[in-house]
Write a protein that binds this ligand. Structure first.
Ligand code: SF4
Length: 511
C-alpha cells in the first residue's frame, strides 16, 4: 500500500510542477505500526497517519501547494488545544531515545549517500585510520554495551575473547534470525538502516582480525534481505567492503545466509550449524563460538541491535553512550510493543525506563478503559510481570529478578480479559513446536507440560496437576541443553508465581 501511495504522490507532485522542490522518500519502519501508512512532511515535520490513496491529492494540493495542513489526517496526538505538534513533539516519540533506530524512518535505506550524509561510515574510517585493534575493543568495553539479543553479555568482552582466540581464520556473524512471535526489532533496523549493521560488522572484523562476515537472516524477511544485499553492493562499490578498505590494507567482506525460520536457529551454536549447511541444532557449550565457531574457527556473534549501537558509540563517544540508561545497562533497548495497548509499534527507550512509562507514557495505555493485568517481556522465553511491578525499571537485572528476561525485545501487554493460564499455554505451544528434539528434557518434557496445560484450560484439570506442572518446569529449566529449553518453562513459572489463583480456579472451580 505504501508503494502505491508513494507512486501516486510522485505523480501528483509532477502534475502540479513541484518535482524540483519536493522529493518523496520511502524510509524504513517509523515505529508507529498502528497508525500506518504514515507520511511526514519536512521541514515542519507534520505527521499524517492512516493515509489512504484517496488522501494523496489533498496532501499535495493543500499542504505542499498552498501550505495548509490537512487536519483530518493528523496523527491523533499531533493536535492539542489547536496547536499542531511536529512528529518529534508527539508523546510516542518525545518519550523515546532513538539510538539503534536513529536513522529508521528518516533516511532512504537503499541509498548509501543518505547514510553517509547522516555520519555513516565515519566510525569505520576512524577505527581503520586512527585506532589500533586493541583501542577499538577498549572503546566497546568502556561503553558498557551488552548484547541486545537477550542474555546481556558484555559485548566488548566477547570481542576481546574472539580477538585473543587462536585461529588462522576468524569470522564475524550477525544474528538476524529474530524468531519471537510478535517481535520485529531487528527486521526494522535491517529494513530501515542496513548500512549501520555492515559498518559495525566491518569494525568488528578489524578489531578481532577477521576478513569474512555473514549475516544470518530469516528468508521470511524479504525486504530486509533485499535492502541488505543492495547495501552490501553499494558498500563494495564505495570501497567500504572488500579489499583494502579505505586504503587501510584491511580486507573484509560480508555475505548473506538465509535461514528457513526455525526459532532454535537464533541460538548461536544452532545458527553456526545452519550456516555450515547442517540441520540447525545446538551444540554443547563449551567450547564457545569465540574459540570454536564456524568451521571450528573463532567466531564473533552479535545480534542486529547490538551492532546497530556500535557506529554511534564511536561517533559520539563512550561518555555520551554511558549518559543514557543505567550504570550496569548503559544505552537503550528497542521493544516491539504489542497486545492490549493503544499504540502498538516499535519503541526505543533508555534502559531504566519503567514499565509504566513504556505502557502508559509511550504506549498510550490500555484500549477501551480496561484494566492492565500483566506484561510479557522476552517473548516465549520470558515471563509475565503483574501490575504491582509496573514501576520496575527495565534493565537486565530487574527483569530477571521478577522471573522474566529482557530477551530480544518482545513486549506483550495483557488486560483484565486475558486468562494467564491460556497465555502460558500459548507460549508453550510455540516452544514445543520449535524444540529441535536433541535433548529429552525439552523434547518430551515441554510436551508433557503442554498436555497438562491443555487439560487445565479445558476444565479437565485434577488436584495435583499444578504441582506436577511446576515440578516439570523446574526440572526442564535445569536440564535442557540450550537456551530454548532452559527458558521454555518461564511463562509457566512466572504465571504460577503471580497468578496461581487462576490455575486453581481452573482446577478446583472448573472455570
Ligand atoms: Fe533442542 Fe530443546 Fe534441547 Fe535446545 S533444549 S537442544 S531446542 S531439544
Amino acid at each position: 500500500n505504501s508503494d502505491k501511495i508513494k507512486q501516486k504522490m510522485e505523480d501528483r507532485i509532477k502534475e502540479k510542477g513541484l518535482e524540483n522542490e519536493v522529493k518523496v522518500v520511502m524510509t524504513g519502519c517509523f515505529g508507529l505500526c498502528e497508525s500506518g501508512p504514515n507520511v511526514v512532511v519536512y521541514p515542519e515535520g507534520v505527521f499524517y497517519s492512516h493515509v489512504k490513496l484517496s488522501d494523496v491529492d489533498e496532501i499535495v494540493d493543500e499542504h505542499l501547494l498552498k501550505g495548509r495542513i490537512v487536519k483530518r489526517l493528523l496523527f491523533k496526538e499531533a493536535v492539542e488545544e489547536n496547536v499542531i505538534k511536529s512528529v518529534n513533539e508527539v508523546d510516542f516519540y518525545k518519550k523515546q531515545t532513538r539510538v539503534a533506530l536513529r536513522n529508521c524512518g528518516i533516511i532512504d535505506p537503499e541509498n548509501i549517500d543518505e547514510y553517509i550524509a547522516y555520519d555513516g561510515y565515519q566510525a569505520l574510517a576512524k577505527a581503520l585510520t586512527k585506532m589500533t585493534r586493541d583501542e577499538v575493543i577498549q572503546v566497546v568495553k568502556d561503553s558498557g554495551l551488552r548484547g541486545r539479543g537477550g542474555a546481556g553479555f558484555p559485548t566488548g568482552l566477547k570481542w576481546d575473547f574472539t580477538k585473543k582466540a587462536d585461529g588462522d581464520k576468524k569470522y564475524v556473524v550477525c544474528n538476524a534470525d529474530e524468531g519471537d512471535p510478535g517481535a520485529f526489532m531487528d527486521r526494522s533496523i535491517l529494513e530501515g538502516d542496513p548500512h549501520s549493521i555492515l559498518e559495525a560488522m566491518t569494525i568488528a572484523g578489524y578489531a578481532i582480525g577477521s576478513d569474512q562476515g555473514f549475516v544470518y537472516i530469516r528468508a521470511e524477511y524479504p525486504i530486509a534481505v533485499k535492502r541488505l544485499q543492495i547495501a552490501i553492493n553499494q558498500a563494495r562499490e564505495y570501497g567500504l567492503l572488500g579489499e583494502n578498505i579505505l586504503n587501510s590494507g584491511f580486507n573484509f567482506d560480508i555475505e548473506l545466509r538465509l535461514g528457513a525460520g526455525a526459532f532454535v536457529c537464533g541460538e548461536e551454536t544452532a545458527l553456526i550449524e545452519s550456516i555450515e549447511g547442517k540441520r540447525g541444532m545446538p551444540r554443547n557449550k563449551p567450547p564457545f563460538p569465540a574459540n570454536e565457531g564456524l568451521w571450528g574457527k573463532p567466531t564473533l556473534i552479535n545480534n542486529v541491535e547490538t551492532y546497530a549501537n556500535i557506529p554511534v558509540i564511536f561517533q559520539r563517544g563512550v561518555d555520551w553512550f554511558r549518559s543514557i540508561g543505567t550504570e550496569k545497562s548503559p544505552g537503550t533497548k528497542v521493544f516491539a510493543l504489542g497486545g492490549k495497548i493503544e499504540n502498538t509499534g516499535l519503541v526505543e527507550i533508555p534502559m531504566g525506563t519503567t514499565l509504566r512509562d513504556i505502557i502508559y507514557g509511550i504506549g498510550g495505555g490500555i484500549p477501551k478503559g480496561k484494566e492492565f493485568k500483566a506484561v510479557q517481556t522476552g517473548g516465549p522465553s520470558g515471563g509475565c510481570i503483574p501490575k504491582k511491578y509496573l514501576d520496575t525499571p527495565v534493565d537486565y537485572e530487574s527483569l530477571t529478578k521478577l522471573g522474566s528476561i529482557m530477551g530480544s525485545g518482545g513486549m506483550i501487554v495483557m488486560d483484565e480479559d486475558n486468562c494467564m493460564v491460556d497465555i502460558a499455554r500459548f507460549f508453550l505451544d510455540f516452544t514445543v513446536d520449535e524444540s529441535c528434539g536433541k535433548c529429552t528434557a525439552c523434547r518430551i518434557g515441554t510436551r508433557r507440560m503442554l498436555e497438562i496445560l491443555e487439560k487445565i484450560t479445558s476444565g479437565k484439570g485434577e488436584p495435583g496437576d499444578i504441582e506436577k506442572l511446576e515440578e516439570l518446569a523446574n526440572n526442564i529449566k535445569d536440564s535442557a541443553l540450550c537456551g530454548l529449553g532452559q527458558t521454555a518453562p518461564n511463562p509457566v513459572i512466572s504465571t504460577l508465581k503471580y497468578f496461581r489463583d487462576e490455575y486453581e480456579a481452573h482446577v478446583y472451580e472448573k472455570r
